[in-house]
Write a protein that binds this ligand. Structure first.
Ligand SMILES: [Zn+2]
Length: 395
């Protein structure tokens, strides 16, 4: 919600007026100098939207403030051109409305367009989110980074490396929304106050690494690529088994961590719906961009969300630091998921991340069954893994 500064206003005052943590207001207005607010300057108040209201007979700001549980001065601030002593029935004013319910509805077919619409809405309500483009997919869809937090500990979480595992995106976006609601409303999640987490982490979320693949599984191929995609799919129009990007390359088999082993032993020797590691490592834009991101931001830890198996992997070739085990134990404790140190797999983003940076990296296998997991599992997965989302921030 946007307001205009008046004489004597300050971020601190807005923080009191709207009961929003001060640093969320500061972070929502990165270009303003809090010590020198100019009269008339536009200021973002996170966690609120404004709603139009038509004055009725006998309405006063004092009555409206009492019924709407808001201070009179909040109404005065939003309606600086209105004379509160001469309200006229039929006149429109603005009411500040605290946002207390989620924008993200993860329990639906969560394709790229749904994600994009949710990111736009979240950015509007929570302007302290930074939305960056890390690159584009083969088909030219943006691969976005959502970045938030005021702290030192750099945490990356990503979802939908694999096309038919798109439920990971809707789960991760739902966690983000829960976290945001708890920040602006000062409510606890599982007994945890989240503002200290916000102040200690620098969280990067890549909600959809493989947007072309997700859209292929959910919507079918784009017209321009129908022929090439159908050829890779051996003539079938059923894309539910598709894991790779839209060129039929498995993005989680693209990284230079014993890539040759996967190249040798994986069955497909040409582009395929799943498991083809490419002709060489890092040929695909989505994989290259994820590697560049990790090289650019020195992440302290990384979580990759996949489906399925109700377990998570945390070791790679003995290169993982000792800290990984400590975090893994906590993940197991809060989720009930099985902690697995080593699996016989290479060339994944996590494998490469651990090998390259010697930092804790985790693959979390959400839910149980055959991919794509049905949305009927959403609530259960959400509850089981919420603790891992939080532990990744507080550990
Ligand atoms: Zn996967």
């Amino acid at each position: 919600m946007k307001v205009r500064a008046r004489s004597g206003d300050s971020f601190w005052y807005y923080s009191q007026l709207f009961r929003i943590p001060l640093n969320l207001i500061t972070d929502s207005n990165p270009d303003l100098n809090p010590a020198r607010l100019q009269i008339g300057q536009e200021i973002e108040i996170p966690g609120f939207i404004s709603r139009s209201y038509t004055i009725r007979e006998n309405d006063t700001f004092w009555k409206l403030s009492a019924t709407g549980n808001m201070s009179v001065d909040a109404l005065l601030l939003l309606n600086q051109n209105v004379n509160p002593n001469q309200l006229k029935a039929g006149e429109n004013i603005l009411l500040p409305v605290r946002v207390t319910s989620p924008i993200v509805n993860g329990k639906r077919e969560y394709n790229y367009q749904v994600l994009q619409a949710d990111i736009n809405k979240l950015k509007e309500i929570y302007p302290f989110l930074n939305i960056n483009l890390i690159g584009k997919s083969v088909f030219g869809l943006p691969i976005q980074q959502i970045r938030l937090g005021n702290g030192q500990k750099k945490v990356q979480m990503n979802a939908s490396f694999h096309a038919n595992e798109w439920i990971t995106t809707s789960i991760l976006m739902s966690y983000l929304n829960t976290f945001l609601l708890s920040l602006t409303n000062s409510t606890l999640i599982r007994g945890l106050s989240t503002l200290p987490l916000y102040n200690s982490v620098d969280l990067t979320i890549i909600p959809m690494v493989n947007p072309d693949g997700v859209n292929l599984v959910l919507n079918g191929p784009p017209e321009e690529m129908r022929e090439s995609v159908m050829k890779i799919n051996k003539g079938s129009t059923d894309y539910t088994g598709w894991k790779g990007n839209i060129r039929g390359i498995d993005l989680n088999k693209q990284f230079p961590a014993k890539w040759e082993i996967e190249k040798e032993r994986k069955e497909p020797k040409a582009p395929a719906p799943r498991d083809y590691p490419g002709d060489t490592p890092l040929t695909e834009p989505e994989a290259i961009e994820m590697a560049n991101l990790a090289r650019m931001i020195d992440f302290d830890r990384m979580l990759a969300f996949h489906t399925q198996g109700k377990e998570f992997y945390w070791g790679y070739e003995g290169l993982e630091p000792s800290e990984s085990e400590r975090i893994a134990n906590e993940f197991a404790r809060v989720s009930g998921y099985k902690s697995v140190r080593y699996i016989d797999s290479h060339a994944g983003y996590r494998d490469w991340f651990i090998q390259e940076f010697r930092r804790p990296g985790f693959t979390i296998e959400l839910g149980e069954g055959t991919n794509p997991l049905p949305l009927s599992q959403f609530d259960q997965i959400y509850e089981e893994v919420l603790g891992i989302f939080l532990a990744a921030l507080y550990m």
